[in-house]
Write a protein that binds this ligand. Structure first.
Ligand code: 13P
Length: 252
């Protein structure tokens, strides 16, 4: 198996304000500077991108956005274009988070367009896939994940996964405190890698597939030791510096 560098990203979602994110980031920075094996990325709310970009300059932590428009510019009130992200040294963009798919009507097709836009611009997508509880209970997990992946592969091509990260985030585990067991997560991660390998074995082997959904300081270790789990996409626990740093430390 290829030695893939672990990847841990903080998805702060729509949380915090300047008064809370400044000390949070300072504490995370202080902890990460002591040395981490994992690549660490912070995805703040858009309005703080400028502030965080400045503070991350010349550090080992990368910057990510939580979303991007699939349009280049124009009459799209409230949206942010990929060219704007390029102004701020943004390395990564989360694409297709289940909250975007479910609350903001992003279809597999829109997610695929966004993925392609990110790759074409030279940024790196963190593509989220995952099934709902209903789908898992109906034994549709693999079918759902396959459809979410295939739409992107068909649209952007398998080579576009060379710099991407995939996040497996079962919807029923997000913000619920109900984590997938390491075996449950590993099974889906292996399925994702295999799906990519059908098109390109080398890309599949190098691809980092991270898990998201109630990852905490006390369960990160057992998840990250699984063969196909290469790190995590962290929501709630990334808002507490100590917890987030323990999770980063667990990714070795
Ligand atoms: P939680 O870690 O809060 O469950 O959120 C996971 C997530 O959605 C990260 O993108």
């Amino acid at each position: 198996m290829t030695n893939r560098r672990p990847f841990v990203a903080a998805n702060w979602k729509m949380n915090g304000n300047l008064a809370s994110i400044r000390p949070l980031l300072a504490d995370i920075l202080a902890g990460v500077q002591t040395g981490m094996n994992a690549e660490v990325v912070i995805c703040p709310p858009y309005i703080y991108i400028d502030e965080i970009a400045l503070r991350l300059d010349n550090t080992t932590i990368g910057l990510g956005a939580q979303n991007v428009s699939h349009h280049d510019s124009g009459a799209h009130t409230g949206e942010v274009a990929i060219g704007m992200l390029q102004d701020y040294n943004t390395g990564y963009v989360i694409i297709g988070h289940s909250e975007r798919r479910m609350l903001y009507g992003e279809t597999d097709g829109i997610v695929a367009e966004k993925f392609k836009k990110v790759v074409d611009s030279g940024l790196k997508p963190i593509l989220c896939v995952g099934e709902t509880l209903e789908q898992r209970e109906a034994d549709e997990t693999e079918e759902v994940i396959a459809r979410q992946l295939d739409t992107v592969i068909d649209n952007a091509g398998v080579k576009s996964f060379a710099k991407a990260v995939i996040a497996y985030e079962p919807v029923w585990a997000i913000g619920t405190g109900r984590t997938a067991t390491p075996d449950q997560a590993q099974e889906v991660h292996a399925f994702i890698r295999l799906r990519l390998a059908r098109h390109d074995e080398e890309i599949a082997d190098l691809l980092r597939i991270v898990y998201g959904g109630s990852v905490k300081a006390d369960n990160a270790n057992e998840l990250f030791t699984m063969a196909d789990i290469d790190g995590g996409l962290i929501g709630g626990a990334s808002l507490i510096a100590e917890d987030f740093l323990s999770i980063c430390q667990a990714a070795i």
